[in-house]
Design a protein around this ligand. Structure first.
Ligand code: SAH
Length: 400
């Protein structure tokens, strides 16, 4: 192997990397032994010159090095094949029946800056690190060899690319793709526009929770808020709900969710509205003085987008979370279930639960917690890398 430029860390800065966190910030670096090109491999050593890893360097990013391995590695096609196969083995163990899932979840799979989603026979790639971008051909070749997909598309239209000095990118890399893909989740079909949909097309991270929440749906009047393609609602309808009402502000999402209801033979049980959930709640869950809101639902799902992208906006986000919980609790029948999710990394589970309890206090409701949820296992949680844990949820029964 060629010799690599060395990044020497300040005293005390190596521990986190040795423990498994892959990001080296600029402020941790003592000096470099030679100039390294952006996106090129470097070795990282502690202040006593002991090797602690190899990774991609980028002077333009706040994350100066993304460590790939504690030893020296050659980052060739074989490297990507090995990492991807190891990631697939995790999915086969924990999601054995899934045909659509996240194949590579960046840091969770020791490939910082790379996401690969499998939607049946199509793969969607998202690259957010320059080191990965420069090796895109090897990544694509490894994926072709392992999966022989009908198409590989790129959904690198994420704002974070600019922090690495890259433009956004979106398009078909390999094969052909026209029209939506029918994605199978737990035996239900979801029509998905992979080139324009959210994230890389869908929210695969809720695959296991769709199924888990549906157990509360038998005979229920269900309200699915922030429904997107109808993931929670359609699982509930299949599980025997009396009726499901979907709410999403995107008219395209609402139209797609109704097509999905039809495609799954559930159209008679499903209605949907394109509306801002906050406005819908104001119109449907507030009463005039001396009036009472009549509870109408047996199961309410709240799965909003992240209301916060950074720590500073957490207080505003909590106000938003509290408001939808206050309204939802007013519409929930006693004995009914509230399934509620938070996908903000900055709002951890205890803080999220406190917010829900504060809404329960304001509405004089008592809750029984009957389930806790996390992201599906194709988004593995590596506790040493706190950023890999972001999605949490609870199911509460309304005691009174
Ligand atoms: N439950 C969905 C994912 C929800 S993602 C699933 O499992 O697939 C968040 C969704 O909320 C998006 O579809 C977005 O269009 C919608 N949305 C965001 N803000 C909203 C608002 N204020 N009112 C209604 N929908 C909103």
């Amino acid at each position: 192997m060629d010799s690599l430029p060395t990044v020497l860390l300040k005293p005390g800065e190596a521990d986190r990397i040795v423990a498994g966190h892959p990001w080296v910030y600029h402020s941790s670096i003592l000096r470099m032994t030679a100039q390294a090109g952006d996106g090129e491999l470097v070795q990282v050593k502690d202040h006593r010159q002991r090797l602690i890893g190899t990774g991609f360097y980028n002077s333009r990013s706040k994350i100066n090095v993304r460590v790939l391995d504690p030893d020296r590695v050659e980052v060739d096609q074989q490297f990507f094949e090995d990492r991807i196969k190891a990631a697939i083995a995790v999915r086969q163990r924990h999601l054995p029946n899934a045909t659509s899932f996240r194949v590579v979840n960046a840091e969770s799979d020791f490939l910082s800056g790379l996401i690969v989603d499998k939607y049946e026979d199509v793969l969607a790639l998202q690259i957010s690190a320059l080191g990965m971008e420069k090796r895109k051909d090897r990544i694509v070749a490894a994926l072709q060899k392992i999966f022989s997909p009908r198409a590989i598309i790129e959904r690198s239209d994420v704002a974070s690319r600019k922090f690495e000095g890259m433009e956004e990118a979106n398009g078909v890399l390999v094969g052909e793709l026209s029209g939506p893909v029918s994605v199978n989740l737990n035996g239900l079909k979801f029509e998905t526009d992979l080139l324009a949909g959210h994230k890389t097309g869908m929210y695969l991270d809720q695959q296991t929770s769709y199924q888990a929440v549906a157990q509360f749906a038998k005979g229920a009047q269900v309200l699915d808020c922030f429904s997107f393609l109808g993931g929670f609602g359609l699982h509930a309808a299949r599980a025997g709900a009396a009726h499901v009402h979907l709410l999403d502000q995107s008219a395209d999402a609402v139209a797609a969710s109704l097509r999905n209801a039809t495609a799954n033979g559930l159209k008679d049980k499903v209605s949907a509205e394109a509306i801002n959930v906050f406005d819908w709640f104001k119109a449907n869950a507030s009463a005039k003085p001396h009036e009472r809101v009549v509870p109408r639902f047996d199961l309410i799902v709240l799965d909003p987008p992240s209301f916060t992208r950074n720590r500073a906006s957490v207080p505003d986000a909590l106000r938003g979370y509290k408001e939808i919980h206050v309204r939802a609790l007013k519409l929930l029948k006693p004995g009914g279930t509230l399934a509620t999710f938070c996908c903000s990394h900055h709002v951890h589970a205890p803080l999220f639960q406190d917010t829900i309890l504060s809404a329960a206090y304001d509405t004089r409701k008592v809750l029984r917690r009957v389930a806790t949820y996390a992201q599906s296992p194709d988004h593995p949680i590596i506790p040493m890398i706190p950023e890999t844990e972001y999605l949490k949820g609870f199911a509460f029964e309304l005691v009174r």
